[in-house]
Ligand binder design. Structure first.
Ligand code: TRP
Length: 332
């Protein structure tokens, strides 16, 4: 709890471009959180280097991701928005927590297993201890809730185990966080293979709609979306492509499936795909406009980054000192 509000913590990697799955499942819901929670949002550049990055791209994407948080409506006056590497306590607590995390636990992480297959030439120790750095992010702020997608749930559970293990030895050190999952938009599927989640690391660019795709690109991608050989727009088992398009349309318009079925009765897949593309492009247009304005003013973005980092560092320091004291370090 901070100022009588539970703490919410969330991180986004500045690698790859964010998709409409990230937007619908996470970003667009975040601005309402500040009514209920004290929110921290972090651009996790230190996590990003667990796979090789081109430095100039990483730097650009760090600005872009930070600007995107703001463009999606996060007010830096109401939320703490910052970049992970600007707050040194993250890397430092991660080391300490490494000594409270078991090799076996980290070996069981499915994301590690996946990523070490995908990056077989670079299975570095950072990739292995990635969840420990994530635990440090969360625990530094005495976080109560972590809004995550299903793919990060295992990491939050490990974070809880680490916190409980530490607390069992040194009572009262960390708040044990709960993962929370958004109701809608969590499962936006690939447009090319609608049984697979839409993922920003997908190699097929037509499978993914990015938040920053321009209108024509968005409409083209939806037009090419894989569907089935029927012609009727209805939500049904086996119609994964149409189900996915209906979910996306529903997320953007707030309409239920039956209402959508009625709206498109007698119409073909082509009309429906165009309509989905249009509502998506319309919804993203103001976000894109604001994003471009923010990126045009690096000085302002940097000032916001600095402000966020100072705020975050204040809370992070408190937790880090507490941990160091409990561990028996000499405090000067
Ligand atoms: N691992 C998360 C992801 O790839 C990003 C992340 C880093 C995060 N630290 C976090 C998410 C802390 C929530 C809380 O999506």
């Amino acid at each position: 709890m901070l100022n009588n509000m539970p703490v919410s913590y969330s991180g986004i990697q500045p690698s790859g471009n964010l998709t409409i799955g990230n937007y619908l499942g996470a970003l667009r819901n975040f601005s309402a959180y500040s009514e209920k929670y004290k929110c921290f949002y972090c651009v996790v550049d230190e996590h990003a280097i667990t796979v090789r990055q081109v430095p100039a791209d990483l730097r650009r994407r760090t600005y872009e991701t930070f600007a995107l948080y703001m463009a999606c409506g996060l007010d830096p006056e109401k939320n703490t928005l910052y970049v992970q590497s600007h707050v040194h306590a993250h890397a430092e607590l991660a080391w300490l927590l490494n000594c409270f995390t078991m090799f076996g636990e980290l070996s069981r992480m499915t994301q590690f297993k996946d990523k070490s297959q995908r990056h077989a030439d670079n299975i570095n120790a950072g990739l292995f201890t990635y969840p420990v750095l994530m635990a440090a992010d969360i625990l530094l702020y005495q976080t109560d809730v972590v809004p995550v997608g299903i793919d990060q749930k295992q990491h939050v559970e490990l974070c809880r185990d680490i916190a409980e293990r530490f607390n069992a030895i040194h009572p009262g050190t960390f708040t044990v966080p709960e993962p929370i999952m958004a109701k809608t938009g969590m499962k936006i599927m690939s447009l090319a293979e609608p049984t697979k989640k839409m993922s920003k690391s997908d190699e097929n660019p037509n499978a993914i709609v990015y938040i920053l795709d321009d209108r024509d690109t968005i409409i083209r991608k939806f037009k090419r979306a894989v569907t089935d050989s029927e012609t009727c727009i209805r939500y049904a088992e086996g119609k994964d492509g149409i189900n996915n398009l209906m979910s996306i349309y529903s997320c953007f318009t707030g309409k239920g499936f039956e209402e959508i079925e009625r709206e498109f009765e007698g119409k073909g897949y082509g009309d429906f795909k165009l309509a989905v593309g249009e509502v998506c492009a319309d919804a993203l247009a103001p976000v894109q406009k604001r994003h471009a304005e923010l990126l045009a003013d690096k000085g302002y973005l940097e000032a916001m980054m600095k402000k966020g980092a100072d705020e975050a560092a204040y809370y992070a320091r408190k937790t880090l000192s507490k941990v160091q004291k409990k561990l028996g370090f000499v405090m000067l």
